[in-house]
Each structure stands twice: as structure tokens, then as C-alpha cells.
Design a protein around this ligand. Sequence first.
Ligand SMILES: Cc1ncc(COP(=O)(O)O)c(C=O)c1O
Length: 373
Amino acid sequence: MKLFDVYPLFDIEIVKGQGTKVWDSEGKEYLDFYGGHAVISIGHSHPHYIEAVTGQLQKLGFYSNSVINSLQQHFATKLGKISGYDDYALFLINSGAEANENALKLASFHNGKRRVIAFRKGFHGRTSAAVKVTDNQAIVAPVNEGLSVVHLPFNDAQAVENELLRGDVSSIIVEAIQGVGGIRIATDDFLKQLRELSTRYDACLILDEIQAGYGRSGRFFAHQYAGIRPDIITAAKGIANGFPMAAILISPIFKPVYGMLGTTFGGNHLACAAASSVLDVIEQEQLLINVNLVGDYLMQELSRLPHIKEVRGRGLMIGVEMEEPVKEIRQRLLFDQHVFTGVSGTHIIRLLPPLCLTLKEAEEFVRRFRNVL
Ligand SMILES: Cc1ncc(COP(=O)(O)O)c(C=O)c1O
């Protein structure tokens, strides 16, 4: 059987990782400024992570959600404490799209409404409702067309209020920093207005923190810069450092009902062991402090380089918008300078390194980046 060919691949196989570095099958070393698409939070093959996952595997890899799994409560308690959302409830699933799918569903169960407000250039995943709220018609299949969604200009609160006035909006879904859309930051004022408007018009505010969350922005969740508390927060990617896992954090206004949400694999023993060890490391190694320090340095140094239109972002979620298309720059970074980066659209290089990136590695990246300009 061959693989269903949907990914345009670089001709490289990564076989080993350590901290912020990865190695290919020929033994070449690369600096990882992509983090496997913002997934590697505490660094590749962290010893505490390996110990937690292998230790759990030796005891029990999986059992179903029909019996007690105390690892889930252990993780929930830690996450509540570190994120400042102790009073919220946790539901565990397996991927970012699934998190948003459940968040949109929960909002609709709660207020009985069916329309959703999303934003231009927003990305929320590829399953049914998640892909429909994503602003990319090319990936929406006819079977996904059912949900009624309006895509409004990002950072335009007046446009949001005009839609809410119709009275049929169940939820507003928004990224505090648009990732796939090109590292575009929701202003603090916009997020505050979304909070206020959602409450006034009985709509639920869903913050998609799948890419910007989990410390990447320099706060645990990126919306915390605006000092708001959403009704539902979705998290994935960095949550378990590469083990497939996702979560929704649910405000106390929602009342759970047996059977309203469910999953076979979500919150399994291995995932919880991985996710708890990630929080241990974020805390013990003070990774949020590191993210702010190294992120500020990178933003400052990158904005001094030539041919750059704008450097924007927060913490270690950085977009470098170039005057020229970036395809060749990215290829030279990878094949000549041995650095993995991401892109957004045609003109933006996206930097999403592990949160443990050191100042020395950041300096090294700036040197290699300069070489390709
Ligand atoms: C903001 C955001 N939401 C949702 C998703 C979908 O996550 P997953 O690919 O795990 O389904 C992504 C993935 O890139 C994302 O960046």
C-alpha cells in the first residue's frame, strides 16, 4: 500500500531529536525553529518526559474512559494551577480540530443557538465544524457546509456587534494570535470587547489557544495579555510535547450532562503522563521567563536585518514578513544553513522553536538567517 499523497515533503527524514536540535537519517544536525509545527514545547526527548512516558507504558498504556483514571485529575489540578483556571473544568481529546469541534458543540448545547462568528485568516482545524470556521474555502468539502458561519475582519469589534444584534450567534471563535494566518495579534482592546459583547448578547467566547497557548506567547495563554477570561479555551500542540493530545478548559457556567461529550482515546494514561511531565518542566525550568527573554532578543535582532518588512509576534511565536516571497529563503535556511522554519502564505517566515531555546541558539539562528538574506 502506498501513502495517500497529500503532503508536499522535503526530502529529509528526521530520526533523532534533543532539546532544540534534530538530526536526519544521514546524521546532519539542524536547529529546530519550527518545533514540528509548534508542537515541541519543552524540547525534544526531554529526560523527565521520557521517564514519565516510558514509566507509564510499563504500567498501563491505555484503558477506557468508563473507569477512573486518576492521571486525568492529577493533570487537571496541575493545569488549573499553572494556567490560573483552577475553577474551570477539563475535557480531554486528541487533536486541535477535535478540541474546537467540542468547544463549538458545547457552546451550542449551552445556549441552543447555531450560528458562529469566526475571523478572516483564522485557522481552527480540518474536521467538520472546525474547518467551516477556518477561513479557507479550499479545504471545506460539501459535507462540511452545514454549519452557519460568518467570517469577519480581525480586530473589528463593530462588525462583531452588528452580527450579534441578529440574536442567533452561539459562539465567537478567535485566536489570540493568528498562527497560520501570519502571526497577527488580536489587540487587547478587541479581546476585551469580544468578552463584553459575548456576555451582553448571550454568545460563548471560545479562545483557540492551540498554537499560541501553552507558554508560547510568553504568558501561559496568549489571551491573558488582555486580562480576559473566555468561556472555553482550546489547547493542543505543545500540551504533550508531541504525544497526540488536546484539551478544552470549560468555565463553570457550563453544566456537564452524562454522554454530552465523549471519546475513546482522549485523556488516556500515556497522554496524561506526557502532559503532566510537560507542566512539570514548564514550571521547574521557568520556561515562560525564558520565552520572554529569548523572544524579545530575537524580535529585536531580526528587525535590524535587511529586506524585512515587519517582525511581529509575542514570545517564541514570531512572524518575519519579508519584502520578497520567502520560499527560497526557507529552502536555503533548511538545506544550506540547517535550520527548520515554518511559513505563512508567501511572504512570512514563521518561527515556532521549542520554549527552551537558549540565547546562544537564538544568536546562532540570527547569524544563519543573515547568511541567506
Ligand atoms: C490555531 C489552530 N487551531 C487548530 C489547529 C488544528 O490542530 P490539529 O492539527 O491538531 O487538529 C491548528 C493547527 O495548526 C491551529 O494552529
